[in-house]
Design a protein around this ligand. Sequence first.
Ligand SMILES: [Zn+2]
Ligand SMILES: [Zn+2]
Length: 124
Amino acid sequence: MRPVIENLKAKEVKVGRELAEAIIETRTLKATLDTPCPECGSPLRIMKSRTTGKRFIGCSGAWTSNCRFSLPLPQLGTIKLLDSQCQRCGFQLVMTKRIKMKPMISCPRCYVTKLNKNNVYGGD
Ligand SMILES: [Zn+2]
Ligand SMILES: [Zn+2]
């Protein structure tokens, strides 16, 4: 009987942790960024696409001023908005935390700039 009980306990702990992660993620999904939209000045929010289920940073002016500004976010782990800004572009920094991995701090705007650099702008 003993191994069975131990097994159950281990399972309980795992479920509890997953639940906690889900709660943090739901809270973060409603978060508003400190940095306003660089294109229209409306607040930026963490949103989730209804069609793809992917999360991203979207402009709340999308409904009022038709602003299409958006930035991609990592799809794995929990996301936390930090109180500090990127030294290069001034955008609010985002921390991604995955279980058993070191937290990763990144600037969503510089990430996109880096992606575009090679094929669109060809420079800084
Ligand atoms: Zn905007
Ligand atoms: Zn940046």
